[in-house]
Design a protein around this ligand. Structure first.
Ligand code: ZN
Length: 150
């Protein structure tokens, strides 16, 4: 379990140092801002969708390693997914980071399972879920800043 934890930490640090899809997007079909006042994390999420499918995602912003790595891994995980699939994944992700310690993450979360340990640190849950709350707002066409409550 400790090896696994170390591996998870490696993935998070790698995505923090080299975030994927870290850029502003030209011609985005939706854009939303997220802010987590507890930690100071902020991000802007861009997405391009065609019908019901998410074609592309990118983000910009600054924050702690967890918020940045979470946004980076989320943009990778959701490319090509339908909006419904994205919201389903958010539900599973949220369940994982607010769940109980030692609970097996849903297999469909794939690489996102690296955040399973976050449930041990309640103050970090908002960091890990900020990108997802922002995504939800972007998908629902809400222009306002995503709050990390709930
Ligand atoms: Zn944070």
């Amino acid at each position: 379990m400790d090896d696994l934890r170390e591996l998870y930490q490696e993935v998070i640090l790698d995505h923090n140092r080299h975030p994927r899809n870290f850029s502003a997007m030209e011609g985005a079909s939706a854009k939303a801002e997220g802010y987590n006042p507890l930690c100071g994390d902020q991000l802007t999420l861009y997405l391009k969708s065609e019908g019901d499918q998410i074609k592309d995602l990118s983000f910009q912003g600054s924050g702690c390693a967890i918020s940045k790595a979470s946004a980076s891994l989320m943009t990778e995980a959701l490319k090509g997914k339908s909006k419904q699939e994205a919201l389903e994944l958010f539900k599973k992700f949220h369940h994982m980071v607010t769940g109980s310690v030692g609970e097996e993450p849903d297999p469909s979360l794939g690489k996102l399972a690296v955040f399973a340990g976050v449930c041990e640190y309640p103050a970090r849950v908002k960091c890990a879920s900020l990108a997802w709350h922002t995504l939800k707002n972007a998908l629902e066409g809400k222009g306002e800043v995503a709050k990390t409550e709930g």
